[in-house]
Design a protein around this ligand. Sequence first.
Ligand SMILES: NC(=O)C1=CN([C@@H]2O[C@H](COP(=O)(O)OP(=O)(O)OC[C@H]3O[C@@H](n4cnc5c(N)ncnc54)[C@H](OP(=O)(O)O)[C@@H]3O)[C@@H](O)[C@H]2O)C=CC1
Ligand SMILES: O=C1O[C@H](COP(=O)(O)O)[C@@H](O)[C@H](O)[C@H]1O
Length: 482
Amino acid sequence: MSFDLVFFGGTGDLTWRKLMPALFQAFRHGKLPPGGRILAVARDDQSDEQYRVWLKERFQEVDTPKRPSDEEFARFAELIFYRRVDLSQPEHYQRLKSWLGERNADTVVLYLATSPHLFPVICEQLGAAGLNEPHIRVVLEKPLGHDLKSAQEINRVVRSVFDENQAFRIDHYLGKPSVQNLMALRFGNALFEPLWRRESIANIQITLAESIGVGTRGDFYDRTGALRDMIQNHALQLLTMIAMEPPSTSDADAIRDEKLKVLRSLKPFTPETVVRDVVRGQYRAGNVDGKAVPGYPDEVKVPPGSRCETFVALRTEVQNWRWAGVPFYLRTGKRLAARDAEIVVNFRPAPHSIFPGENQPNKLVIKLQPEDGLELHLLAAKGTGGQHETLSPVFLDLDFDKAFPTERVGAYERLLLDAIAGRLNLFVRSDEQEQAWRWVEPILEAWGRDGNGLRGYNAGSWGPPAASALVARDGFTWSEEQ
Ligand SMILES: NC(=O)C1=CN([C@@H]2O[C@H](COP(=O)(O)OP(=O)(O)OC[C@H]3O[C@@H](n4cnc5c(N)ncnc54)[C@H](OP(=O)(O)O)[C@@H]3O)[C@@H](O)[C@H]2O)C=CC1
Ligand SMILES: O=C1O[C@H](COP(=O)(O)O)[C@@H](O)[C@H](O)[C@H]1O
């Protein structure tokens, strides 16, 4: 199967930092289908060779084990081409069309690695140039819009040019091996399904914590904030996979239909519940990994007096028979104590304990980052004798890197290969994406009306104390406090 993969935004940060290195890994692992060409397009005027030299220099910034040797880069570079294309110029799309027409590949993937404000014009121009035939796919990078209205507008234009099954909306968390394992855990094993419900589960916590700050992207981040950057997409996608009903097949739409049902069942926010159930914070100066770091207001390019949230914790519920009354807590933030992404399923305590002392409930920790694995926390008898055995916490620890010692496929590598192969399972459908916006919109509106609720937290902490109070109100604690 021959393919052409075109990166719009071919000189951008996303392309050289994430996409090209991911493609190189696919190439190195022999996973890239043969007969492929990779075309980068942007407004700079440069030759194929100049672009390859530029890209090779950028690769020096990639982590050492993932960096190509000179010989590997030379072979990879044979697949890479560059063309000058100004995306606002209709005639430049004809130039692109002639390049693609040189050999009419079986599959064409057009990856929009540009700012989303260009998506409508790019799609319109692709349609006008006839670059929307069925063998052509369009990959839309996050963020897909800034709110419901802008997301709907992007989707309207995309749908007017492409069929839904030609549109691949990226949420890179869906490409992480650990997220694949979440599906495998739930739907490849019969063990947990009888317990996966309100009768056995007390609460579910989804934490996407980062220890990094906003780096040099302060201006971009300040227009976005943690709710749009992480909750509307990554955290909600994880929630859907935890809460969804078993799909009848592994087809993309069977899975996406079930995820959509979860999004539609989320308890809607009102102005009162936003105040009660959503905590937002902004980091102040502090220490992370033993190093002093500045507060958000002092980060590069952050506008003075910014009210942008770098932390969100919230409580919600999935209103259906399986989950009624079970709190789902979502939490994300920059400059937190650790880089730690995990889903914690806290089970209810044993109804009656015959053992003295500990009666700690079981919990299942699905670890996404930095390690990728599963921990099942149980109580066990130490076997020290005496009339009354006391129980101690122990855990079964499954480390997927050890279980599968062969090289595992990274998120962008996986998603790029899936887009080339036409597999939609790990991409977000427009209705899911719009429903996620619909659900976060009352929070954005409430915050827009009332700028007072932003709480400071020290860099290197787990966020504002109000986040702990949010779970304590229900009689729970966050996993790191358990
Ligand atoms: N950087 C990252 O790690 C991530 C970025 N994203 C998202 O991806 C998108 C791109 O981000 P990023 O790569 O950082 O942005 P950059 O500003 O680094 O790159 C933008 C790219 O778009 C090109 N471009 C802009 N306008 C035009 C035009 N009119 N015609 C042709 N090309 C154009 C630029 O090339 P030139 O100006 O030379 O024409 C450049 O190649 C953003 O929406 C961002 O939020 C998402 C996840 C991670
Ligand atoms: O989408 C985004 O994700 C990254 C975090 O991704 P991870 O794979 O490193 O967990 C985040 O830093 C960025 O702000 C956000 O746009």
